[in-house]
Design a protein around this ligand. Structure first.
Ligand SMILES: Nc1nc2c(ncn2[C@@H]2O[C@H](COP(=O)(O)OP(=O)(O)O)[C@@H](O)[C@H]2O)c(=O)[nH]1
Ligand SMILES: [Mg+2]
Length: 278
């Protein structure tokens, strides 16, 4: 990704002009790191004269990342429920499929729930993925109650002793109150029978600072436990990942890097930081 390429050159240079610092600043702002963090990096960079300058700055940037666990939470002996939430088009349904595939490849049993009942197409999309992974999807008819789908799904997942239940949800909710009501109801239905172990918020890296604002609405409305940052493949704006962890303290757990099932991995902070400073 090497979003910090120009900064790295400057840190290694004998001297850097005022104009060059401004160019670097603009380049960092374009990564969607946010003006505040960019200015912190620039100030610190200007102040150090050392052969280790790159290491010093990358350590500073690393300290902005969350030190919370990036592993999926939950008791290994019972069904763990993961709710996947986020704005429409960010990549929720694709990420649900990718996460299921990742878990199945690691020997886990997974049931899916298609609780985005606003559009029949959303259920079809999830069923197509599930056929490829060879797992089952619980769904309801169009416009049926998402909480009813969640109820059937958790009942089945527990009866069959599944390792994971992953619930895809709708993002097309006009107000925060709507969002809270609908997601809150799904959470209550699960909690009557089991636990909600993760609420993963999907963030589209290409939406930049706007993605951050959307994230805050979800963070306030439901107890988000982790992020899935998608579309980092098509983005020169990977700075949003840093910005979002710094501002929320919530860890990124997975990243999506393409449209295929395999384009998905655990977020590794060291690799991410190294990539920025390549
Ligand atoms: N390039 C790229 N595209 C993605 C990624 N994740 C999802 N998409 C695409 O984004 C679009 C919306 O995805 P979808 O899962 O339907 O979003 P949802 O509305 O949040 O459920 C689809 O065209 C996906 O193929 C990713 O990591 N990289
Ligand atoms: Mg969807």
């Amino acid at each position: 990704m090497s979003l910090f390429r120009k900064l790295v050159s400057a840190l290694k240079a004998e001297s850097v002009s005022k104009e060059d610092w401004e160019v670097i600043r603009q380049q960092l702002i374009a990564t969607d790191l946010g003006v505040n963090l960019v200015d912190q990096v620039i100030e610190k960079s200007k102040s150090i004269k050392s052969d280790n300058a790159v290491d010093i700055i990358s350590t500073q940037v690393q300290s902005w990342l969350s030190d919370k666990s990036r592993q999926l939470a939950g008791d290994k002996n019972s069904t763990k429920t993961i709710l996947v939430v986020g704005v429409n088009g960010t990549g929720k349904t694709t990420s649900v499929a990718k996460l299921a595939n990742y878990l199945v490849k690691n020997g886990k049993s997974v049931l899916l729930a298609a609780a985005d009942t606003f559009r029949a197409a959303a259920t079809d999309q999830l069923q197509t993925w599930a056929r490829r992974i060879n797992i089952e999807v619980i769904s309801g008819s169009e416009n049926s109650d998402p909480a009813a789908v969640a109820f059937s799904a958790i009942t089945k997942a527990k009866a069959e002793n599944m390792d994971y239940l992953i619930i895809d949800t709708a993002g097309r909710l006009h107000t925060k109150q709507n969002l809270m009501d609908e997601l809150g109801k799904v959470v209550r239905v699960i909690k009557k029978q089991s636990t909600v172990d993760e609420i993963l918020l999907v963030i589209d890296a290409t939406t930049g600072q706007n993605g951050l604002n959307q994230a805050n609405v979800f963070i306030e409305a439901v107890g988000v436990t982790g992020f899935i940052v998608t579309k980092i493949d098509g983005s020169a704006k990977g700075g949003v990942a840093l910005a979002i962890e710094k501002s929320s303290g919530i860890p990124i757990k997975f990243i999506g890097s393409g449209e295929k099932l395999e384009d998905f991995e655990l977020f590794d902070p060291s690799t991410y930081i190294a990539g920025l400073f390549e």
